[in-house]
Design a protein around this ligand. Structure first.
Ligand code: HEM
Length: 400
């Protein structure tokens, strides 16, 4: 069976991940001062034990990093521990119900057709620019209630943040790293300012959107502060689009590299959901999540002191042969497929139902409209960050 990484041969991350398993499920990296977790059982334990492995990683970071991050802390669901996390998660889950997500299906379908119409007229399709980037951004922007026409601005901010993610060391601080962090903080500041203006406006003039629901929501009689609303909206805007962009691109890439599986999915569209799950396992978009130890603990045969930073490589855990048979093969019919691409436990991805829906609807329409679709032999361009597994360019040929 062919392997998509071998086919294109240009995603160094996949080769790097393979080298780590399973001999060293947990390894200290003196270059970055962080503990890397690569194994599946170790990852499941870390994500399932939030008392020992805190999501509040900011508290163990050096001052140089904290400076710009302090304002981001409040309301940043991903980096909160219990009991605050539970309170906020309950509140935002009320605004983000399964019904709210399911009701988006016709809008996702209409947007997909609109975006594909424009590309079809031109006769060629660059999947990321033409569909995989704009679709999730428009959906999340409309849901929040910010103008989706501002998406070039969001892209500019997020692209700059990504450029420097994964190039960070706790031990080797340098002027170069400081400069990179300044750029990241500046992007966050601009995004935060933008969202704060919208949130403040909703307090005065409520509308039918998620931002209004957030400024009006109450937990135990308390409202969220503007800062909490803004930080949560920032998480949604960032987490809500780049990851789904990668999911769409990766699934097309995987199916294209396996024509026999593409044919089975085309013949029976119910197989698409399995193809999406397997692409999440095989090329996990959000490759790593961070945690900090609250006490000294043993993990994967290694002792980790308290207050240390862990990089939990869910992309590597998803390739652990102790959990998955033939882990380096893409198999759209893999069942069960207990991948951890959306995390596990209390921080399990809030947007997973939306990402799955967008994947199923958009890719279903793409396959329907273009029966001869294939990846341009010129090949894809991968995102250079080691923390992200996905393409930033995926040219497609529409006719054979
Ligand atoms: C959390 C991945 C799409 C919103 C997470 C986590 C992962 C993840 C791994 C856990 C982080 C941790 O444990 O530290 C993904 C992937 C996606 C995706 C692979 C698409 C393929 C989305 C979308 C949204 C979203 C579409 C929103 C519209 C969130 C939020 C959290 C989260 C709010 C924090 C949950 C919490 O801390 O309780 N996501 N995500 N994600 N995701 Fe996603």
């Amino acid at each position: 069976m062919t392997n998509v990484a071998d086919t294109w041969g240009i995603n160094p991350q996949q080769f790097w991940l393979r080298g780590q398993r399973p001999e060293e499920p947990v390894r200290f990296d003196p270059e970055t001062g962080m503990w890397n977790v690569y194994g599946y059982p170790e990852t499941v334990r870390v994500l399932g034990e939030p008392g020992t492995f805190s999501s509040d990683t900011l508290r163990v970071l050096p001052d140089s990093v904290m400076r710009g991050n302090k304002a981001m802390r409040e309301g940043n669901l991903v980096q909160m521990d219990e009991p605050d996390h539970k309170k906020l998660r309950r509140l935002v889950s009320e605004a983000f119900t399964p019904k709210v997500v399911a009701d988006l299906e016709p809008r996702i379908a209409a947007l997909t057709h609109e975006l594909l119409d424009a590309a079809a007229q031109r006769g060629h399709l660059e999947l990321v620019a033409d569909l995989a980037y704009p679709l999730p951004v428009i959906v999340i922007a409309e849901l929040l209630g910010v103008p989706s026409s501002d998406r070039d601005l969001f892209k500019q901010w997020v692209d700059k943040m990504l450029e420097f993610s994964g190039q960070f060391s706790l031990v080797k601080q340098s002027a170069e790293q400081d400069r990179a962090l300044e750029i990241v903080f500046e992007q966050r500041r601009q995004l935060t300012e933008y969202l704060a203006a919208h949130a403040t406006e909703r307090v005065q003039r409520p509308r039918e959107d998620l931002l209004t629901k957030l400024v009006q929501a109450e937990v135990d009689g308390e409202r969220l502060t503007t800062n909490e609303v803004v930080n949560f909206a920032t998480v949604l805007l960032i987490a809500g689009h780049i990851t789904t962009t990668m999911l769409l691109g990766n699934t097309v890439l995987c199916l294209d590299a396996h024509p026999e599986q593409m044919a089975r999915v085309r013949a029976d569209r119910r197989r698409l959901a399995g193809a999406i799950e397997e692409s999440l396992r095989f090329l996990s978009p959000f490759a790593a999540v961070g945690r900090a130890t609250t006490v000294e603990t043993a993990l994967g045969g290694v002792r980790i002191p308290a207050d240390k930073l862990l990089m939990v490589w869910i992309a590597a855990a998803n390739r652990d042969e102790r959990q998955f048979a033939r882990p380096d093969e893409y198999d759209a019919s893999r069942d069960p497929n207990p991948h951890v691409a959306f995390g596990r436990g209390i921080h399990f991805c809030l947007g997973a139902p939306l990402a799955r829906l967008e994947g199923r609807v958009a890719l279903g329409i793409l396959l329907d409209r273009f029966p001869d679709l294939r990846v341009d032999p010129a090949g894809p361009e991968f995102i250079p960050s080691p923390n992200m597994t996905g393409v930033r360019k995926l040219p497609l040929l529409l006719a054979s």
